[in-house]
Structures are given as structure tokens and as C-alpha cells.
Design a protein around this ligand. Structure first.
Ligand SMILES: [Fe+2]
Length: 512
């Protein structure tokens, strides 16, 4: 019987194996590999023999130091170790394993009279202990139990990973808001890894500054706490104790960190940022936590990438609106500021009507753009002091259509179009360009009509000076139900008084 024939020499005779050689990743479902650590060769032989017969792969080491060296180069599921050994005993070995290989199950063998030490070993993370002299069957049984518990733990982690990924994917959906996306990712990692603190840190992107989100106890980890090595990460890392500080800078904020998980968020081959989870004391993270965070990070990176794209698109959208409106207002000096005021009046009316915030934002954008089609009219006609000729008026009536033609082909303007083409429609169906009435006119357009008319009356025009607030309100009331939707007029009447009161208190001008 020579159980050590194959595996043992790896451990015993090559303690200084090349440091570049790394242990393969831990896999709870692979054939179980047991490391027997005892300074007595006969015990190593007996245990190896029985464990091999049970179908396990076996490695051996004669003390704690050699055992750590074996662990550095081989994926091991369970370590069965003596307590008293030269060079490095079992307790010290346990600590090394707990810090560096927390997923490895440890069993302690000890002689009679040292039960206290065995209990101490369990406090340091040992799964169980067996007393010497032992029955080999008893040891094998305990090994089996330890491995079973490890397998269940791994399955539990995999199940949690699948579940959390499903939940995250469902909650993220097509979430366009970057801040909300980041908060969701952080909350999921915090919940799934039981970390003390989780941060997601996005790298600066062109003109966008550092941003991120953080949740948990203690100070948030921010970009200032990252060491240079963190920015060069290609895969996720699990680092405990001092090794965590290869990726973190030492600071008051990082000082309590005893265990670190760090995963790059990569989108389209570009490093978008880092997902960082830390524990302050207690059980270190295990390999399963690292895998779980890697899976979450994959999904998160895609969501962050999308949200960033969406934000860029939004910015471009807003800049485009500003540029278009500025161009129009330079051309039509009498409507300078008109678009901004109509946007504001439409917004306060929509709010007064209890419409949702998304609609309120859209109607504001629509207000900015509602007269954009005038850009196609002749400048001299726009600024004409007298009445328009019938031909000029026909051309003027085309501006809602021109606006729709200009903006229609751009998908991001789609939702603001009703306010553009429909703001001259009348509730009684006598408006233009479509001549539709009642609820056939989109709500956005019905509100816009009221806001537009109020501002047209209360501001200076090429053909007349501004009319008073009282006169304009009288006209809106008079035309409620014919030109205007009464519901929109009623909401406007309330909203405009509040608006005027606020302007008055703030010392800002408003129609008198
Ligand atoms: Fe108009």
C-alpha cells in the first residue's frame, strides 16, 4: 500500500514551487481533493490510503507551512490537519486558510487532553475535530460530512446567484436612469454578499465626472480609495487582510477593511468602473461570493452602459432643442423668450392637473419647441408690424406642420410632437392644421393652446403691445369650451395665480 505515490511528492518535495504557478479556481462540484497535514508519516499514510479508497484525491504535507504551499498551487476542498507540528502548527494553518481560502473546509485531529485546543480551533473556523487515536471510519465519515456541507453551501450560493440575477434583471429592465441603476446594483450586491459596504464607482467618461453609488455601514469607498492596481483589473479579485491593500489605498475609510471583493464593470471592451464590496472583520468573503458578484457585475455593466448611452442621448437632445430654439428666437425677435414661457406655463398647468412627472417634463420640452416650424417662415413676415395678407396667413398656419416635419424623423422627439403640431387646434374643431376637436386633440396640445394664447396676449407683438393679465384671463374664460378645453383652462387659472404669487415674492417680473 503506497497511497502517497502520486500526489504526496508534489507537496513534500516541492515546497518552493514557482510562485507564478497558481491554484486553479475552486470548484465545489469537482472530484473532492483532501489535504492531509500531519508530521507523523504513518498517520499521513493510513489516512491517505483510506481516503483514496473512498474515491477522494489526496495530497499530504508534514506541517502547516508546507500545507499553505500546497494550497497555493492546488485547488483543495478539505484540509485534515494535526494541531501540534514543527515549523507551523494547526492553529496558525487554520488562520492562513481562513484568510486566504475561506471556502476550504478544515478538520482538526488532536490527542486526548487537548480538547480545549480543539475547541479553540473551531472558534478559528474549523468545521469539526476528531480525537486521536481515531477510528479511520470516523475520520472518513467526518470528511464526508464536511464536504457535503461545503457542497450545499456552494449550491446555495449558486441558487442565490441565479435568483439575484433574475431579480436584478427584472428590476433593471430598461431602466434609463443611471443613478437608479447604480443604486439597484449596489443594493443587490449588499444583500447577496452580506458585505458591510458596497460601492459602485464609475470612471470619468469624457465630460462626465466620477460618479457612483454606495450603501452599507461605515464610510463609502470612493475613487480616492482605489490603488493603481484597481484600475488595471481584468477580472474580479477576492483579497483578505493586508492583500486587500494592493487594490485599496490606506485611509481612515479603508482602515477597517478585512476582506475585499472587487470586480471591473466592462462594457464594449471598455472599463466603465468598479464594483467594490468590503467586510469590516468577521467572516471573510469566499469564492462563491466572488462568483456571485462577477455574475451581477456582468448584468450591471450592460445596464450601466445602456443608461450612460441614454444619458448622452438625452444631453444631445437637450442641446439640440436649445440650439434650434435659439436660432428661431434670433430670427423672430418678438417671440424671444416666448418658447421658454410657454414651456413653463404648460408645465405648471400639467402639474396642476396631477399629470405624472414624465409627462410634465415632456410638455416642457414640447413648449420649448412648439413654434419651431416658424424657422421656415420668412423673417420679414414674422416681424411684420401690420396684419398679414391672406397668403401670408396661410403660410403662417403651416408652422405647426413644418415643426412636425422637422422633428418627426428624430425618434427622441416623437413624444413631444403633439404639442408642436396641435397647439393651434381648437376644442370646437375650428383650429388648424387638422381641424380636429375635443378629446381627439392630444392633451399635450390642449394644454399648450392655453399656455401659448396666454403668453401671446401678455407679451409684446410686432402688431400690438402687451395686453394685461386680467384681459388675457378674461379671454381664456370667454373662449373656454369653444377654443380651449375647459379642464385645461380651469387648471391654468389656478396654476397661473400661484405662479404669479411666487414671482411676486421672489421680486421677479410677471404679467400685470
Ligand atoms: Fe404657434
Amino acid at each position: 500500500m503506497n497511497p502517497e505515490a502520486a500526489p504526496t511528492p508534489i507537496a513534500a518535495s516541492r515546497p518552493g514551487t514557482s510562485p507564478t504557478e497558481k491554484a486553479p479556481p475552486f470548484d465545489a462540484h469537482a472530484q473532492a481533493r483532501v489535504l492531509v497535514v500531519d508530521d507523523e508519516q504513518v498517520i499521513r499514510e493510513i489516512l491517505s490510503d483510506f481516503l483514496l479508497m473512498e474515491g477522494y484525491q489526496v495530497l499530504t504535507a508534514e506541517n502547516g507551512r508546507v500545507a499553505l504551499d500546497v494550497l497555493a498551487h492546488h485547488a483543495v476542498h478539505l484540509v485534515l490537519s494535526d494541531l501540534k507540528m514543527p515549523e507551523m502548527g494547526g492553529l496558525e494553518l487554520l488562520e492562513g486558510i481562513r484568510d486566504r481560502y475561506p471556502e476550504v473546509v478544515t478538520l482538526i485531529m488532536t490527542g486526548y487532553g487537548t480538547v480545549e485546543t480543539a475547541i479553540e480551533a473551531m472558534k478559528r473556523g474549523a468545521f469539526d475535530y476528531v480525537l486521536k487515536p481515531f477510528k479511520v471510519e470516523e475520520v472518513v465519515h467526518t470528511v464526508r460530512r464536511g464536504l457535503e456541507q461545503q457542497r450545499l453551501r456552494a449550491e446555495n450560493i449558486e441558487l442565490r446567484a441565479a435568483l439575484s440575477l433574475y431579480q436584478l434583471a427584472a428590476r433593471l429592465g430598461d431602466e434609463p436612469d443611471l443613478a437608479r441603476t447604480l443604486r439597484l446594483v449596489v443594493a443587490t450586491v449588499l444583500e447577496q454578499t452580506n458585505a458591510d459596504r458596497v460601492s459602485v464607482i464609475l470612471l470619468p467618461d469624457d465630460d462626465v465626472r466620477w460618479e457612483g453609488a454606495s450603501s452599507g455601514h461605515g464610510e463609502p469607498i470612493t475613487e480616492h480609495d482605489l490603488a493603481e492596481a484597481a484600475l488595471g483589473l481584468h477580472g474580479s479579485v477576492l483579497a483578505n487582510q493586508g492583500r486587500a491593500f494592493r487594490f485599496l489605498r490606506g485611509s481612515d475609510c479603508t482602515a477597517p477593511v478585512t476582506s475585499l471583493l472587487m470586480t471591473p464593470l466592462t462594457g464594449r471592451h471598455k472599463l466603465l468602473g468598479l464594483l467594490v464590496a468590503v467586510r469590516h472583520g468577521g467572516r471573510p468573503f469566499i469564492e462563491g461570493d466572488r462568483k456571485l458578484m462577477t455574475i451581477i457585475a456582468d448584468r450591471a455593466a450592460a445596464a450601466v452602459h445602456n443608461a450612460q448611452l441614454f444619458e448622452t442621448q438625452e444631453r444631445t437632445f437637450r442641446h439640440t432643442i436649445e440650439a434650434l430654439v435659439t436660432t428661431l428666437e434670433e430670427k423672430d425677435r418678438y417671440t424671444a423668450g416666448h418658447s421658454a414661457r410657454v414651456a413653463e406655463f404648460a408645465e405648471i398647468t400639467a402639474r396642476q392637473m396631477g399629470l405624472d412627472e414624465e409627462f410634465v417634463q415632456l410638455i416642457h420640452q414640447s413648449g420649448r419647441l412648439h413654434d419651431l416650424g416658424k424657422i421656415k417662415l420668412r423673417t420679414e413676415e414674422l416681424n411684420k408690424p401690420g396684419p398679414l395678407t391672406p397668403e401670408e396667413y396661410e403660410r403662417f398656419k403651416m408652422h405647426p406642420v413644418y415643426g412636425e416635419e422637422l422633428l418627426g424623423p428624430i425618434p427622441s422627439f416623437r413624444d413631444v410632437l403633439p404639442g408642436v403640431w396641435g397647439h393651434h387646434e381648437r376644442f370646437d374643431g375650428n383650429g388648424y392644421p387638422r381641424g380636429i376637436g375635443g378629446d381627439n386633440i392630444p392633451l399635450m396640445a390642449r394644454i399648450m393652446a392655453v399656455a401659448d394664447s396666454y403668453d401671446a396676449m401678455t407679451s409684446h407683438r410686432a402688431y400690438r403691445t402687451a395686453l394685461t393679465h386680467g384681459y388675457a384671463i378674461g379671454e381664456l374664460v370667454r373662449c373656454s369650451g369653444t377654443q380651449f378645453d375647459p379642464t385645461c383652462v380651469d387648471a391654468f387659472l389656478v396654476a397661473i395665480e400661484t405662479w404669479r404669487a411666487v414671482r411676486s415674492v421672489a421680486g421677479e417680473s410677471y404679467p400685470q
